[in-house]
Design a protein around this ligand. Structure first.
Ligand code: FAD
Length: 455
C-alpha cells in the first residue's frame, strides 16, 4: 500500500510521527510536514532554554530524520489559515496534527493580569519572531509563580549574567537586554510542598550550576506528611528532588550576587500594585492536611518584588476546522484518532489524527512525544490497511505546491532551512566577542531571506 500523509507541526511530536511513518516497512508512506514558522523543531528551538545545549542537541537527530527523501518540509505555512484541514483531506490519505502548545495559562488572582506569562519571556529569550524584542529587566526583586521546569528556566535565565548566556545561541538583542538585567533576587513560589513540586531532579540541581547564583530554601518549608513520604518512597524523581531541596535548605546565604529562593507552602493570592507598577506579591501560608492536600493558615506575607512571572502551564490553541476540547485544551481523541467532539461516545473524524502536546496536554519531556507518536501512527496505518480512509481527490505528489502557489503562499522548504541554518552558524562563528556554534536570526523576513538565498 502506498500512502501520502500530511503532518502539521514540525516540533518533536510531528518529526517523530513523520519518522515512524516513512520508516514503515510494510507500506510505502511519504510525508509532507507543514510548519507555520520559517524554521522547524518547535519548542526545541523556541522553548528549551539556550543554556541547555545538550537538549538543543536533540535537533541533530531530528535533523537526520528530516533529511530523508520521503519527507518534505513545507514551512511558513499555517494550517487553518493558508490551507484548511479540508484542503489537506483532499490532498492526502491522512492528516496528523502535532501543533503543540504555545500559550500561557493565566494567573487567576487579583492583579494577576500584571504578571507576565513565562511563555512570553521564553519567546523573547529564545528569539521567537512572534514575541517582544525588548524586555524590561529593571526589577531587582522578581517573583516567579510555579515550581516546575519552566519556572526553573525562567528563574535561572533571570539570575544568570548576560555574559554567562552570551556563549549560547541567543540573538544580539537578547544579549543586550540580559547584560543590563538588574535582577538580584528571584523568589519562586509553590503552594504545596517539596514532595509535590513538578521539577525534574537534574534541572533542579542545575539551577545551582552558576558561580554567580546561590539557591536557598527555608528549612521551615521542608515538610512532609505521611502521603508525601509514601510518594517519596514510590517515586525516585520525587525523592531526588526532596534530597536536593534539603541540601539547599541546609545552607547559609553567601556572597553570591544573585539569589534564587524556592518557597514552598506559599500560595500567591494577589499581585500588589501601585498605579501600573508592581510593588509586591502577597502569599498565604499553606499547610499539609494529611490527606495529600493543603489548607490555608490565614497567615499572609507580602514580598517586595517589582516584577512577577507565572509559569503555571502552557495551553494549546484550536486549529481552525478541527474539534477542540475547551475544558482540557486538547484535540479530543481516542488513542490518537481525532473524535468529532469531546462528548462521551463521540465518533471519529475521517482521516484526522493527533499527537504530542496537542493530544495529551502540555506535560512531559521531548522523549515522551516518541511513544505518543507510535500510538498515533500505528492507529493511522491500521486504519489505512483496513481501507477505512477516504481516498484524496488530488493524487499528484506536487499538486499541493500548485495549490500553495495559486493561493500566493510563500512557503519555505528543507533546502531553505539548510541555508538559514548555515547563516545562523556563520553568524555565531563570526561574533567578535563570543564566537559560538550558532546565533539565532530573529526577524521573520530575514529568516525567509536566508531560506530563499540563491533562488
Ligand atoms: C519553556 C519550555 C522549556 C522546555 N524545556 C525542555 C527541556 O529542557 N527538555 C525537554 O525534554 N523538554 C522540554 N520542554 C518540553 C518540550 O518542549 C515538549 O515536550 C515538546 O516540544 C512537545 O512537542 P510538540 O511537537 O507536541 O509541540 P511543539 O514543540 O510546540 O511543536 C509544535 C509545532 O507545531 C507548529 N504549529 C502550531 N500550529 C500550527 C499550524 N496551525 N500550522 C502549522 N504549524 C503549526 C508550531 O510552530 C511548532 O513548531 C520544554 C517546554 C517548554 C514550554
Amino acid at each position: 500500500m502506498s500512502l501520502r500523509v500530511a503532518v502539521v507541526g514540525a516540533g518533536p511530536a510531528g518529526i517523530y510521527a513523520s519518522d515512524l511513518l516513512i520508516r514503515n516497512e510494510e507500506h510505502d508512506i511519504h510525508v509532507d510536514l507543514f510548519e507555520q514558522m520559517p524554521a522547524p523543531f518547535g519548542l526545541i528551538r523556541y522553548g528549551v532554554a539556550p543554556d541547555h545545549p545538550r537538549i538543543k542537541g536533540i535537533v541533530k537527530s531530528l535533523h537526520n530524520v528530516l533529511d530523508k527523501d520521503k519527507l518534505r518540509l513545507i514551512a511558513n505555512v499555517t494550517v487553518g489559515r493558508d490551507v484548511t484541514i479540508d484542503d489537506l483531506r483532499d490532498y492526502y490519505d491522512a492528516v496528523v496534527l502535532s501543533t503543540g502548545a504555545v500559550r500561557d495559562r493565566e494567573l487567576l488572582i487579583p492583579g494577576g493580569d500584571k504578571s507576565i506569562g513565562a511563555g512570553e519571556f521564553v519567546g523573547f529569550y529564545d528569539g521567537n519572531p512572534r514575541f517582544e524584542r525588548d524586555w524590561n529587566l529593571e526589577a531587582k526583586e522578581v517573583a516567579v509563580v510555579g515550581v516546575g521546569n519552566v519556572a526553573l528556566d525562567v528563574s535561572r535565565i533571570l539570575a544568570k549574567t548576560g555574559d554567562e548566556l552570551a556563549v549560547t545561541e541567543i540573538p544580539d538583542n537578547v544579549y543586550e537586554s540580559l547584560k543590563n538585567n538588574k535582577a538580584e533576587t528571584v523568589h519562586m513560589f509553590g503552594r504545596r510542598g517539596p514532595a509535590q513540586a513538578k521539577f525534574t531532579p537534574k534541572e533542579l540541581r542545575e539551577l545551582d550550576g552558576s558561580d554567580t547564583i546561590q539557591v536557598l530554601v527555608d528549612p521551615e518549608d521542608i515538610d512532609y506528611d505521611e502521603l508525601s513520604e509514601q510518594v517519596r518512597r514510590s517515586d525516585k524523581s520525587v525523592d531526588l528532588n526532596c534530597q536536593v531541596l534539603e541540601q539547599y535548605a541546609m545552607r547559609e546565604p553567601d556572597g553570591s550576587p544573585h539569589k534564587i529562593y524556592i518557597h514552598f507552602f506559599e500560595e500567591p493570592v494577589e499581585v500588589l500594585t501601585e498605579g501600573d507598577a508592581i510593588v509586591g506579591i502577597r502569599t498565604e501560608r499553606q499547610e499539609l492536611d494529611g490527606n495529600g492536600g493543603i489548607r490555608g493558615t490565614g497567615k499572609f506575607t507580602d514580598w517586595p518584588v517589582q516584577q512577577v512571572y507565572h509559569a503555571v502551564g502552557y495551553r494549546s490553541e484550536p486549529v481552525e476546522g478541527v474539534p477542540f476540547d475547551l475544558q482540557r485544551h486538547v484535540i479530543p481523541n481516542d488513542g490518537g484518532h481525532v473524535l468529532v467532539s469531546a462528548d462521551e461516545g463521540a465518533g471519529v473524524e475521517d482521516k484526522l489524527y493527533v499527537t504530542g502536546w496537542i493530544k495529551r496536554g502540555p506535560i512531559g519531556l521531548i522523549g515522551n512525544t516518541k511513544s505518543d507518536a507510535k500510538e498515533t501512527t500505528d492507529m493511522l496505518v491500521a486504519d489505512a490497511a483496513a481501507g477505512r480512509l477516504a481516498a484524496p481527490s488530488h493524487t499528484g505528489a506536487d499538486d499541493i505546491f500548485d495549490l500553495l502557489r495559486e493561493r500566493g503562499v510563500d512557503y519555505a522548504t528543507w533546502e531553505g532551512w539548510y541555508k538559514l541554518d548555515e547563516a545562523e552558524r556563520a553568524l555565531g562563528a563570526a561574533d567578535p566577542n563570543f564566537p559560538r556554534e550558532r546565533k539565532k536570526i530573529v526577524e521573520w523576513d530575514e529568516m525567509l531571506g536566508h531560506s530563499r538565498a540563491g533562488q
